[in-house]
Design a protein around this ligand. Structure first.
Ligand code: M6R
Length: 612
């Protein structure tokens, strides 16, 4: 989704803004732009459709844009097609203000009508331009820009992270936020705004997260923040722990591949501090035994891959807790009149912590009295801040749009949470608890074995990269795992793919299987191996080519019937998907590579989905 970076300091703003935008590219975008305030000539804007490189080329061909205060933006189109005019920044009719915006102004049509009646001329088809035009309209009537800003914010409905520049105030930039991420960066003689810390980490590690309703005024000497009633407030500063190299490719061809390879370490960081003497320990958790004992139901709420983690979590949590667990897509949950009350635990899963659908579901659940526990990767993100409890996955920054290490760490953490609650309630048998925790400790090492060689995935990709359709089948945990394998493949390689519960094939889908159809059969879940084998036999009998994924100990049985075989080390059955997902990530990666796809930034997708 859209990315914002803003700078005020002593250095020329343009190189800093372009560097920041480059680091925000991973969020997904279709056009980019910058604005600076030149003290002599006022606002200078340059923007265009397409990759950031086009903007760089354009800027290089022009006389340099002077200014030490500026805004940069990468746009992911919602209202109005991706083109030069609809790109941000948007400047007001008489050039007094320029804005960048992330989010959607829901009542933009009504504001636009109002402004058109006042004679304001619009240039773009975007919802965002109304903010620039309305701001100038109010600014023309009052001498104080902050009066104008608050008047505008009072009229806006929807979600926004806003960066604002005024031609009359060449030393400052203004920021405002509601339901879209924005942070403040505190430097030495320079200050920043950004959609996320990756944009500014090479300049400062001191950040504060803006809250809904807040407005910030930044100069090179400091940042003042005001609440929605315009009262000054003190922000709590956070120190970003991870290093800038964590958000760089470091010699790898793609972030996705780097992040696949980082999974063992990400798991280690997530698991080991919470596993002591064979016990799951959550020092950070506030959830008390009183709530656990009266808890009657659990919802797992998330989107996309995080939802797939929830699918696996349902099986495991019901097993450990013997309680009803429902897994819901966040975008459906919020409109489903969910059965949440004071005795409901709502586990919200999100890598970014900023997904709007998930955020809205969280608020819906909270308004009904549910206890919100989130599993989040980005420290200080909106979902983390609005939850009663947070467990962080320590995966480090994930840049590729297709999630890998965040998925793996979410899955491990959710399993640990299930074990923790199961033990406190006395519903998980001590033997099972001990067996799983022992295997949890070994998971990073076993994953290292999985990624040690990638030859087989490259080979399979060379055979199958030109398929038009791929089926994934599996039962129980393997079914949920297949959903993620299928999503990985389709999102980065654009091959159509579906994942089916293998037992459902005979109820319809098997009619699609014909000579040469590629079926990826997941057969890692030991307790249902015989069933998985029967399903492979069924599809093979109808001509399918089967790539089977199983465990080392079952290789021999599968070798006899599958066309090709992939294996992962054996672990406890409930943890097997943690290893099984890696071959599916690598399979998708190499297929996309063969097809020449833009792996880290697949078309139409964004890393952090901050619109509904
Ligand atoms: O940041 P979140 O985990 O809330 O994001 C939810 C989905 O958009 C995300 O998991 C998406 O499906 C993946 N990037 C796909 O690889």
């Amino acid at each position: 989704m859209c990315g914002i970076v803003g700078y005020t300091g002593a250095a020329p703003a343009i190189p800093i803004l372009l560097d920041g935008l480059e680091r925000l590219e991973y969020r997904g975008y279709d056009s980019a732009g910058v604005a600076v305030v030149d003290p002599r000539t006022g606002l200078q804007i340059e923007k265009c459709k397409g990759r950031l490189q086009f903007l760089r080329d354009r800027l290089e061909a022009l006389p340099p844009l002077e200014g030490t205060v500026g805004l940069g933006h990468t746009r992911w189109a919602t209202h109005g097609e991706p083109n030069d005019v609809n790109s941000h920044p948007h400047v007001s009719q008489n050039g007094r203000v320029a804005i960048v915006h992330n989010g959607i102004i829901e009542n933009y049509a009504e504001i636009k009508d109002f402004l058109l009646q006042q004679g304001v001329r619009f240039r773009s088809d975007t919802d965002s331009e109304v903010v620039a035009q309305l701001l100038e309209y109010y600014f023309n009537d009052c001498s104080d820009v902050m009066d104008a800003v608050y008047a505008v914010l009072a009229r806006l409905e929807g979600a926004y992270a806003l960066g604002i520049l005024c031609a009359d105030m060449p030393d400052r930039l203004i920021a405002a936020r509601k339901d879209a991420p924005l942070l403040l960066g505190y430097g030495e003689g320079e200050n920043f705004i950004a959609s996320d810390a990756t944009a500014i980490i090479s300049h400062t590690r001191q950040v504060a997260y803006m809250e809904d309703g807040e407005v910030a005024v930044l100069t090179r000497d400091g940042i003042q923040v005001f609440d929605e009633y315009r009262r000054p407030i003190e922000k709590q500063l956070h120190h970003i722990e991870w290093d800038v190299s964590a958000a760089e490719k470091g010699g790898y061809a793609h972030f996705m591949f780097k992040e696949i390879m980082e999974q063992p370490e990400a798991l280690r960081q997530t698991i080991s501090p919470r596993l002591r003497d064979g016990q799951v320990v959550f020092d950070e958790l506030r959830l008390d035994d009183g709530f656990l004992r009266r808890m009657k139901r659990i919802y797992l709420v998330a989107c996309g891959s995080s939802y797939h983690v929830g699918m696996l979590g349902k099986y495991n949590l019901e097993r450990f807790l013997r309680l009803p667990v429902e897994v819901c897509l966040a975008s459906e949950f919020r409109y489903s009149d969910p059965l949440v009350d004071e005795d409901t635990l709502v586990i919200v899963i999100s890598q970014s912590g900023e997904t709007l659908d998930t955020m809205a579901a969280l608020r819906e659940a909270r308004s009904r009295g549910g206890y919100i526990l989130s599993i989040v990767n980005v420290v200080g993100s909106s979902i983390a801040r609005e939850s009663d409890d947070v467990l962080y996955t320590w995966a480090g920054p994930e840049i590729a749009v297709a999630t890998t290490k965040a998925y793996s760490t979410q899955l491990a953490l959710l399993t640990m949470l299930g074990l923790y609650m199961g033990q406190r309630l006395g519903r998980t048998s001590p033997e099972e608890y001990a067996a799983i925790t022992a295997e949890l400790a070994l998971l990073p090492e076993k994953m290292e074995q999985v990624i040690a060689s990638t030859d087989v995935y490259q080979y399979l990709a060379s055979l199958y990269f030109n398929r038009e359709c791929v089926f994934f089948i599996g039962r129980n945990l393997d079914y949920a795992l297949g959903l993620e394998g299928s999503l990985k493949l389709k999102e980065i390689s654009y091959i159509h793919s579906e994942s089916y519960a293998a037992g459902e094939l005979k109820h319809g889908t098997i009619s699609l299987i014909e000579d040469g159809t590629l079926v990826v059969s997941l057969a890692t879940y030991g307790p249902l191996l015989d069933k998985a084998i029967s399903n492979i036999v069924e599809v093979k009998a109808r001509g399918a080519e089967v790539v089977a994924l199983t465990t080392d100990s079952n290789r021999e049985r599968l070798e006899k019937i599958a066309t090709h075989i992939l294996t992962v080390p054996d672990t406890h059955p409930v943890l097997q998907p943690n290893l099984g997902v890696v071959p599916l990530q690598l399979f998708a990666y190499y297929i996309a590579l063969h097809r020449g796809c833009d792996i880290d930034k697949p078309k139409n997708l964004a890393k952090s989905v901050t619109v509904e």
